[in-house]
Ligand binder design. Structure first.
Ligand SMILES: [Zn+2]
Length: 306
């Protein structure tokens, strides 16, 4: 904010101590008002909690590990120490936010031309190479990861599964004894919770929550939270492209994401955010130079009872 007492009135500032004193007073008042406004606004930020769930947090972890083993076997996971190291570092930095919860997160990149990212219950996060290429800056990539971590922290996957077939689920979970496959026990009661199941299809409500919580993780980590919403909005405008369809089907848009996050940010204390880094662009170039992903293998026929 600028004041024009001196120039506008044609009076040099240095010669009028009462005006300088007045300006000081005004500055103090403006600062106090801003502080009061930000203190009131901070009080309005929500702390989201996981919803109703038939699984225990420990069962989230077990289920996620079993589904992750499926992904590791069937998807072309990138093994490049520079790319893996960068994603793991970025993920670890975001996981330090208290909003990320305490699940044991892991971060892996899948060589895949479709823009997508997903997270399994209890911590495994996967990011497709096309998502890293599509992101315009580091904050947008961090935003996708923070959004996925929020689905984990808020336990959306097992919450969705719990809402489906509660009676069978209770029987299946009761039958899952220590040391046995949880996916197997659930399959015996007719429930498939593998990596391509309901675990990855979220409601619009869950999407809003993941955006909200993700924005807080980003802000805690020093990234501009609006970049996350901008990236999702960008994907929305390109939704006719087939390579984006899966992401939007798994993460249905809950309305104007940019506006929602901007409103949330207005409740946060003012800070200077980071948007980009040279490291991100180096990694993006490495990802672009990766060999083309192998053609997807035909899906194996489902074998009941396994
Ligand atoms: Zn989502």
């Amino acid at each position: 904010m600028r004041f024009y007492f001196g120039d506008r009135a044609g009076i040099p500032n240095s010669g009028r101590p009462e005006i300088i004193a007045g300006m000081r007073e005004l500055r103090v008042l403006v600062a106090l008002a801003a502080f009061a406004a930000s203190a009131a606004a901070v009080a309005q930020l929500k702390t989201l909690k996981p919803g109703w769930n038939l699984f225990s947090p420990q069962q989230d972890i077990q289920l996620g590990q079993e589904a992750k083993a499926e992904v590791d076997k069937t998807k072309p996971i990138v093994h490049d120490s520079r790319i893996d190291g960068y994603i793991a570092g970025l993920g670890k930095h975001l996981a330090a936010s208290p909003r990320a919860g305490s699940f044991p997160f892991t971060f892996q990149v899948i060589n895949d031309k479709s823009v997508n990212a997903f997270a399994l219950p209890g911590g495994p996060v996967f990011i497709n190479t096309a998502t890293i290429v599509a992101a315009q800056n580091e904050a947008q990539l961090a935003g996708v990861i923070a959004h996925e971590m929020s689905h984990v922290a808020l336990r959306h996957g097992t919450h969705e599964a719990s809402k489906g077939r509660a009676v069978e689920l209770i029987a299946g979970l009761a039958g899952a004894t220590t040391g046995q496959s949880m996916l197997g026990s659930l399959a015996r009661v007719g429930i498939n919770l593998g990596a391509n199941s309901v675990l990855l299809h979220y409601s619009r409500d869950a999407e809003s929550q993941a955006d909200y919580n993700g924005a807080e993780i980003l802000a805690d980590s020093g990234y501009d939270p609006v970049e996350m919403a901008r990236f999702f909005q960008l994907l929305q405008t390109k939704s006719s492209e087939g390579r984006i369809a899966q992401f939007l089907s798994d993460h249905p848009t809950p309305g104007n994401r940019v506006k929602a996050v901007e409103e949330e940010v207005s409740y946060m204390p003012k800070r200077t955010y980071k948007t980009d880094s040279p490291e991100f662009h180096r990694i993006q170039a490495l990802v672009k130079a990766l060999p083309a992903p192998p053609a997807p293998a035909p899906a194996p026929a489902a074998k009941p009872g396994e």
